[in-house]
Write a protein that binds this ligand. Structure first.
Ligand code: SF4
Length: 206
């Protein structure tokens, strides 16, 4: 990966700081985890609104984090990813799994909001290891608000761990090859550009 010299740096090259802020803030106050929704919405705004991967190319804090630590600071071993990790079956299956897990967060939050579940002040890493995190919540909100925050933080931390592990062994931004948001926005952009082509073709044939 090409290193960016100081003279070539733009403000968005520092967005990796936002990743650090997000995880540090959630460590002390779990309600900051709600900010994670920004990472879900912005790529979709770019894809649906502009039909581009502009968010991935410039404004994704995680993409910038992987570039900075893997490429710029040299933490990446730079191995080539196996072909199956780049292939559609794995990327699509991972995307479906990822969004199913996100759907489960919404469902659990809904259950708690309707009195059918209770708040658990833990972080779940890699969907299996539970870590107590009670210091990060001092009360003062509805249980479902805190529950969503705990679950979203777990979700973001899990995907960050996978992204960092991928960065350490493979090339810096290898996570982006199978990142579920990247796969989804790529599908949206493809769909948008093929609809545009159809409209243009239709206009030329008239
Ligand atoms: S592929 Fe995912 S992690 Fe990579 S830049 Fe896009 S949204 Fe960010």
């Amino acid at each position: 990966m090409k290193r960016i010299r100081p003279a070539e740096r733009h403000w968005y090259h520092y967005l990796w700081l936002y990743s650090l802020f997000f995880f540090a803030a959630g460590f002390f106050n779990i309600l900051f985890a709600w900010l994670g929704l920004v990472s879900f919405l912005l790529p979709l705004v770019f894809a649906f609104g502009f039909g581009t991967k502009g968010f991935c190319n410039r404004y994704c804090d995680r993409g910038q984090f992987l570039r900075m630590f893997g490429g710029q600071l040299g933490f990446s071993r730079g191995h080539e990813m196996p072909a199956w990790m780049k292939g559609k079956p794995f990327r699509y299956a991972f995307m479906v799994f990822f969004f199913a897990m996100f759907g489960n967060i919404i469902y659990t939050t809904w259950l708690i909001a309707h009195g059918a579940g209770s708040l658990s002040e833990v972080i779940t890493i890699l969907w299996s290891v539970q870590v107590p995190w009670q210091w990060a919540y001092a009360g003062g909100t509805e249980p479902w608000v805190a529950s969503f925050a705990f679950q979203l933080y777990s979700f973001m931390l899990t995907s960050e761990i996978i992204a960092i592990a991928t960065m350490l062994w493979f090339r810096p931004r290898s996570w982006c090859v199978y990142c579920p948001m990247g796969t989804l926005t790529q599908l949206v952009c493809k769909q948008k550009s093929s609809s545009k082509r159809d409209v243009l073709k239709g206009a030329l044939e008239k």
